[in-house]
Design a binder for this molecule. Sequence first.
Ligand code: GCO
Length: 506
Amino acid sequence: MTSDQTTTSTADAATPTADAVAPTVGNADYRDSGLTFPDGFIFGSATASYQIEGAANEDGRGPSIWDTFSHTPGKIWNGDTGDVADDHYHRLESDLDLMKELGLEAYRFSIAWPRIQPTGTGPANEKGVDFYVRLVDGLLERGIRPIATLYHWDLPQALEDKGGWANRDTAYAFADYARIMGEALGDKIVTWTTLNEPWCSAYLGYGSGAHAPGRMDGADALAAVHHLNLAHGLAVSALKEVVTNNPDFSITLNLHVIRGEGETGPEAIRQIDGLANRVFLQPLLQGSYPEDVLADTADVTDWAFVLPGDLELIHQPLDLLGVNYYSTTLVRIWDGISPRANNDGHKDMGGSPWPGADRVEFLAQPGPYTEMGWNIEPAGLEELLVSLHDQYPALPLMVTENGAAFADTREVDVAADGTETFAVHDPERTDYLQRHFTAAHRAIARGVDLRGYQVWSLMDNFEWGYGYSKRFGIVYVDFDTFERTLKDSAKWYSQLIATRSIPAVN
Ligand code: GCO
């Protein structure tokens, strides 16, 4: 896919087209409409198992680290848990119908490992496998491409009890689980994603303590980084042995778009880029760890957990790289005197998600902001996609998550004839999506091989440490009745999918 294949039409002559606008000028306006996406570009939406399924104790599912963590007092806003979540497990058919109604071309979901292997090892739990077979068959019947993620953070608790991702054995257990799923669904899945955001699993789970399992140890976090990378490589190899339909193999990373402030900015960027981005990209795509990261973290760990041969196992050919993008990061080196700024966008539970980078400060950034307090900067998405393409020109990309939380409320709209319907007017989310789809389109126009875009999220759900307090969905969920209501942004997105062209927002 090149810019030649991208057609640009202008619905409104006053609206600049991608080609007419100078790329990446600050935040620019990024409110183009009428931009048309290339044929084959896949519009979809994403969710994750623990965030939507519920049915935590049904059909043989074992406990995951998120069950344990969410049931630990003080870890989650309001004491919320994923026990019931969106009750998606019981509402599968109607949720599939909803996806069809929206016109989704793809659905990115994750498989709950503890439904498949309740203790993380051993034979498959057939009822758990069956749920995902029904999900995938239901998607295919409706003409929706299944994009399956094997791990979106719900590690079986029994594996955590043996050391979790800090233990090398977990990587091998993951490959066995991948093989089970490859055997069950290996003729149906079009894109296999091994891991979602290993940055979060490693650093928030084992460093900062903001995510399950809530450990706070820099050495464990770095061991987790390596074992997650290894798990990815082993899983791709295992899947390749059993699948029969020539799918794409991928991983999804939450790469950080990092800006620096002042003269120490470049050094701070180097350190955070190493820990956040290069410690994943380089082993996955080039088969080595960045020397500067090994040096920066030498006081935290000796990296003895990297065994001979590991990097070859990690460095598997990738068909697609999944990119999750929400906002940017601003850093500099702390002067050691003033209070140290810590605005890295994650819940502060006491530990650090940045082992070895103790002198880096995370600065507050200019708004506007989403309900998460994250700055809205569509230019960052364009910049990220273009820079990945420049570094790895042969690697196709897909936006596997982008979206925003806002404080939505459901209202009753009364039509002229007196008919009452629920409605959720969420202009901020539509505006956010319009700007980020524009950014994606501009990246395509600059030659990026971008294959699709999965909006986060299909429906409001359990937002990890923030529980149900943050609504990311394009579909509103009433957490008492579980009734689903299309937000205005969902209707806007439907129109985008139907026309393949960014609709204007009034
Ligand atoms: C992530 C996860 C999602 C989140 C979303 C909003 O990227 O953190 O993949 O599960 O819900 O990103 O924080």
